[in-house]
Design a protein around this ligand. Structure first.
Ligand SMILES: [Zn+2]
Length: 1150
């Protein structure tokens, strides 16, 4: 075939085709081998070599597309037994593959060249040694190996590994041959199985003979030997062997020697390679111990400190810091237990459930041992073969979570509870049955117990102070000469002015007793008698904050039941928060911040005497002395949604903070809310929250913490402000045991660090993860909203149920009153589609409450749009699905210690009452033919920017999995895309490209998926709002604030109004024709972005790497950490072409 295709070409082309002619001759010789032809072959190959060496264009001819020159050459190499011919052919190949980059080598590999070369290597090793032949073969192998994915396997199977090792061993002084042998060894050892085998053949000793102290000679050789060593040390077996032989101190000594002598930094890459070996050795426990014993921490710390000023040495500093962090002894958190300080007795504990497991843990279980590398007995290296292809494994990890079971994807109307049981939910849907009389058009309002709230009262608030025993009237603000002495707002102390002897008495009881009116009595005599109260005027924020009222807030607090029986109220919740007018840009990350922070952490180990380690706040030890030495900050978070557990002063102006776990759990911490006092203005304080859990955070991408200054509030700016500098989020040296982590390998914690300079003297400041929004705030807002009700609005507030903690879960019904009691109007009223909204199932996602506030305010507003929205739908809204979690400062769970948004498949009436009743109400609606048109659960997202939605689509899920493509013809209404598309056109913070409509297995018990699958709501969504800010649209580059969140909630409502036009085809003729076009546009699959490759399956993180190339998460002992997964693929890591070019540049300099 080759002949037929190419002969004409060869014959017709003149002149330049001499090389092709020769190849043709060579081919004929290959086909009819005769002994006498050896000379001819030798001659022809010699001529070809000569032409190729002298005329560059002939190389192109041989390698041109359609030419089969390579076949002929390889065939000659394979068949000839003649040494000279072999050398000629090897030289020809060498010339051909030297230029032309990967394509030529690719042709060589695809034609089976690698195997031919390896066989030649093995067979030549049996003959008396020919140095030139060995040199040629290894040079070629080194060219080819990195381009052949299966090179390592092929080399092993052909028995080539030992041949190369032996060649290297016997030519230690012969650098000309040694170098290509080492280069090939380096490629071999990129495969772990090979690494083990090479280790057994003495390759490690060999490398240690070559590497050594500083020298200007043979740096290329040295570099290759070090890289080979590093690759070999990826095998744990090899690493153990090397540690046993004491190689860690040797490598450290070599590193120091190079550090001292390479003063002009010409050999940075060699120094980095030495660190690369140490890095791999310290992947095993034994190695880390040897590193510590060899004083490795101090050595790398000191060398790194000296490298810091030279920016080009960053890679050394970064690798050193990586090693030091890995070897930093793992500590348990300084707590008696990582279980929550608070326990809440549950009505029942499901056997085998998380709470049962939590409380059956043996004592001392938190203790951390260095767990990685425990299975010394099994050498996994040898068991794993390396046949898997890169892309296979890549795909698997990405698609693991996507639902592939088509039956699970198909929405199915599940058998719900019998209708007789559901009938009780009729009381939440009175609008469907209610009888309206003409003169009785009163909105039903609240069916909750009325509050004793009196909006006209405006009493001064009592501020108890600890420092003044005399009653004292604090002057209104702005009198700088009499500094305020602020302490917490306390409810219990206002009880007849006597300190409450029984602090355990819950606030709920106060309300139940019904005889305490905190505000009514607080300003009177008893307070003065108690002698530790001061009076302060409340700043008048009524004009700025129409839905806020401090007195009403306190009123609400009294009815809120918390597990710790909080008696204090945080100022920000009391004063309220006014949205800022100024823009708060996303913080640009300063270069080197993380590194500096990490080095400060490492100094704790290296200079332990500098560390104060003074506990200044401790929930576990209520008698923890409050130091009043003027030196330490004062912390507090014993108020609603607060969750600081412990504060430890590390240095004069640095504090480690530990957050409390969610109640009945031993983890879930990310949310924080606490108070700080006794600060010195103008000083930089560093705060480290040391038990964060997520592996990355928007704090690495420009998000700042929120701070509220009470002094500022009193001075007329009651607001949460983004603050803090030097913010970063990284894995630290604290971890928990695998048992405490629920069977996972010991999990490391993360530090979120930020630095703040306080402006005011004698201030009290609050810090929060995001804008707080307490349950009492919700109740206050609802109370205020109900006051906005007009005769046009149908507003009803029911109690969906009582929570485990004894708090009410409000359910709102909002729609328009029927126009009249005429049959037509009543029928229109009752036939409005239902929109079901919920929020705040995750307590730490306070942004979802602000979005909900925006929706509610819009729905209650007097605008024509709001009225027409009310006339279009009946809204059923559960604004807080997890009140107990919110009240008690949880991040994720309810009092049952579980994530309520994973309970929707099978909610338990006792343990998950809000979910159980919300789902039942949805089942009732479906059973009565009122399946909601839209369901949306508002959430917050900690790792992404913008606002976006998750929905459910069978097709888009199937597309993601690339399987079952035969099912792609299934019909699916694209209506689920309309609302997100509309929102992306209207709401500036909303980003369509971040939306996803894929059904994941891990989300099968969430509200979105269950309401879609079981209730049959096609437009079932999770709406995620960023905690950080936006990277597109009008707010691009800005952090998000409450104004933007509330706007999003309002825009969501406007989106629903527009959606109405797409969901009632009969009414379409009433609207402009362009709307029709728009509908077509919206539903046309071609207009859907990514429809052919719907990459809307959103991975957890989509942030670009930041400038500072320091791992924020990788360095750890966690073997399940993907970054530490041994590289089982052939040649993926080695050799690094960039380092090669660097190397040659370095060499040419010396
Ligand atoms: Zn959430």
């Amino acid at each position: 075939m080759w002949q037929e295709m190419n002969k004409p070409k060869m014959a017709t082309e003149k002149g330049a085709s001499r090389v092709l002619m020769l190849l043709g001759q060579l081919e004929r010789l290959n086909e009819e081998p005769k002994v006498s032809d050896t000379d001819a072959t030798r001659q022809i190959t010699g001529k070809i070599l000569h032409i190729i060496q002298t005329q560059e264009k002939t190389r192109k001819e041989v390698m041109s597309k359609g030419s089969s020159g390579m076949d002929v050459i390889l065939s000659t190499l394979e068949n000839t037994g003649d040494l000279q011919t072999t050398l000629n052919v090897l030289s020809i190949l060498n010339e051909l593959l030297t230029v032309g980059g990967g394509r030529r080598t690719g042709v060589f590999v695809s034609k089976g060249g690698t195997a031919i070369l390896l066989q030649l290597l093995v067979s030549s090793s049996k003959d008396p040694l020919n140095e030139e032949l060995m040199l040629h073969i290894h040079t070629l192998l080194f060219k080819v190996g990195p381009k052949d994915r299966k090179f390592g396997v092929k080399a092993r199977l052909n028995g080539a590994l030992n041949v190369t090792v032996n060649q290297a061993k016997h030519n230690l002084q012969n650098h000309k041959l040694l170098l290509p042998c080492l280069q090939v060894l380096r490629v071999y050892s990129g495969n772990l199985v090979n690494a083990v085998s090479l280790g057994k053949s003495g390759a490690l000793e060999l490398m240690f003979e070559i590497i050594g102290p500083f020298s200007k000679k043979s740096t290329t050789l040295l570099k290759v030997a070090l890289d080979t060593l590093a690759a070999l040390l990826k095998s744990k077996m090899n690493a153990r062997w090397a540690v046993d032989r004491g190689y860690i101190p040797t490598l450290l000594a070599i590193y120091q020697d190079w550090h001292r002598n390479d003063t002009r930094h010409r050999h940075m890459i060699i120094r980095k390679s030495i660190l690369g070996c140490i890095k791999n050795l310290t992947n095993i426990k034994l190695g880390r111990k040897a590193f510590i014993d060899a004083n490795g921490m101090r050595i790398l710390y000191n060398t790194s400190t000296e490298c810091l000023p030279v920016r080009t040495l960053d890679p050394l500093v970064n690798t050193s810091s990586l090693i030091m962090r890995k070897c930093f002894p793992k500590n348990r958190l300084p707590l008696p237990t990582i279980k929550s300080v608070y326990q809440y007795p549950l009505p029942r504990i499901l056997a085998g459930g998380p709470v049962a497991q939590l409380y059956s843990l043996p004592p001392g279980v938190d203790d951390v041992v260095d767990e990685s590398d425990e299975n010394e007995a099994t050498e996994v290296d040898t068991e794993n073969d390396t046949e898997n292809e890169d892309d296979e494994t890549g795909h698997k990890t990405q698609n693991d979570d996507i639902e592939t079971d088509i039956n699970k994807l198909r929405p199915r109307q599940m058998q719900s509870r019998p209708f007789d049981e559901l009938r009780v939910y009729e009381r939440f849907c009175l609008e469907f049955t209610q009888y309206f009389k003409d003169n009785d058009f009163q909105s039903p309002g609240s069916v909750m117990p009325p509050s004793s709230f009196d909006p006209n009262r405006h009493h001064p608030l009592i501020i108890p102070t600890t420092q003044n025993r005399r009653p004292k009237n604090i002057q209104p603000p702005r009198s700088n000469d009499s500094p305020l002495e602020l302490d917490s707002i306390s409810i219990s102390k206002t009880l007849e002015g006597k300190p409450n002897p029984d602090l355990a008495c819950s606030l709920g009881q106060l309300v139940l007793d019904g005889d305490v009116s905190v505000n009514g009595e607080s300003g009177d005599g008893p307070q003065e008698e108690s002698g530790d109260q001061a009076v302060i005027e409340v700043p008048d924020t009524a004009a700025l904050l129409p839905l806020h009222d401090p007195d009403l807030y306190l009123e609400m607090v009294k009815g809120t039941r918390s597990v710790p029986a909080y008696t204090e109220v945080a100022y920000p919740d009391y004063f309220g928060h006014v949205a800022l007018n100024l823009r708060e840009p996303i913080l640009e990350r300063a270069y080197g911040v993380q590194r500096t922070k990490i080095f400060q952490d490492i100094e704790r180990l290296i200079h332990p005497s500098d560390i104060l380690d003074r506990v200044v706040y401790d929930l576990d030890n209520q008698s923890c002395p409050i130091l009043d030495n003027g030196e330490s900050l004062k912390f507090n978070s014993k108020f609603e949604s607060g969750n600081l557990r412990k504060a430890i002063q590390i240095r004069k102006f640095e504090y480690d903070l530990i957050l409390n776990s969610d109640i009945n759990s031993n983890h879930y911490h990310q949310w924080f809310y606490f108070e700080v006092g006794n600060m010195r203005p103008g000083v930089r304080y560093r705060f480290n929250i040391i038990n964060c859990e997520k592996s990355n955070s928007q704090f690495n991408y420009g998000m700042q913490v929120l701070m509220y200054s009470v002094q500022e509030a009193i001075n007329g700016s009651p607001q949460w402000v983004r603050t803090g500098s030097d913010i970063c989020y990284y894995k630290n040296h604290f971890s928990r045991s695998s048992i405490a982590a629920g069977g996972q390998k010991g999990k490391s914690y993360f530090s979120m660090t930020f630095t703040v300079t306080f402006q005011q003297k004698d201030d009290v400041c609050y810090f929060a993860y995001h804008y707080p929004y307490t349950y009492s705030t919700l109740k206050m807002h609802l109370q205020k909203l109900s006051g906005l009700c007009t005769s046009e609005i149908y507003y009803r507030q029911d109690e969906l149920c009582e929570t485990l903690g004894g708090n009410s879960c409000p359910l709102l019904t909002i729609t328009a009153m029927p126009e009249s009691s005429s049959n037509e109007h009543i029928s229109q009223f009752r036939s409005r589609p239902v929109v079901f909204l919920s929020s705040r199932v995750h307590p730490g996602e306070t942004n979802s409450s602000w979005v909900m506030k925006g929706s509610l305010e819009f729905l209650m507003s007097s605008s024509p749009q709001a009225q027409s929205l009310r006339e279009s739908y009946i809204f059923k809204i559960i604004p807080m699905l997890n009140p107990d979690g919110v009240i008690n400062g949880n991040h994720r769970c309810s009092l049952s210690g579980e994530d309520l948004n994973r309970q929707w498949q099978n909610p338990n009436a006792e343990l998950h009452p809000t979910i159980y009743h919300a789902k039942s109400l949805l089942q009732y609606l479906r059973a009565t033919g009122r399946t909601p048109l839209v369901f949306c659960d508002y959430h917050g997202h900690s790792r992404k920017k913008n606002v976006f939605m998750y929905g459910c689509s069978v097709k888009e899920t199937v597309w993601q999995t690339n399987v079952n493509t035969s099912n792609c013809d299934l019909h699916e209404d694209l209506g689920y895309r309309t609302l997100p598309k509309l929102l992306s056109q209207m709401a500036p913070a909303f980003s369509l490209s971040s939306c996803s409509f894929v059904v994941e297995r891990s989300k099968e018990a969430t509200a979105r998926v269950v309401v879609w699958r079981e209730i049959g709501v096609q437009r079932s969504y999770t709406m995620e709002s960023t905690l950080c800010g936006c990277d597109q649209g009008k707010y691009k580059g800005l952090q998000i604030g409450t104004r933007e969140l509330e706007e999003m909630g309002a825009q969501f409502c406007v989106g629903l109004l527009r959606l109405r036009r797409f969901t009632t085809p009969l009414e379409l003729h009433n609207h402009n024709s362009h709307l029709l076009d728009m509908e077509n546009d919206l539903k046309d699959p071609r207009s859907i972005p990514n429809i052919t490759s719907p990459t809307t399956y959103v991975l957890e993180e989509d942030e670009p790497a930041f400038l500072e190339e320091v791992d924020y998460s990788a360095e750890s002992n966690d073997e399940n950490d993907p970054d530490f997964e041994p590289d089982l693929q052939d040649n993926r890591v080695l050799p690094d072409p960039s380092s090669d070019s660097e190397l040659s540049r370095q060499d040419s300099l010396t």
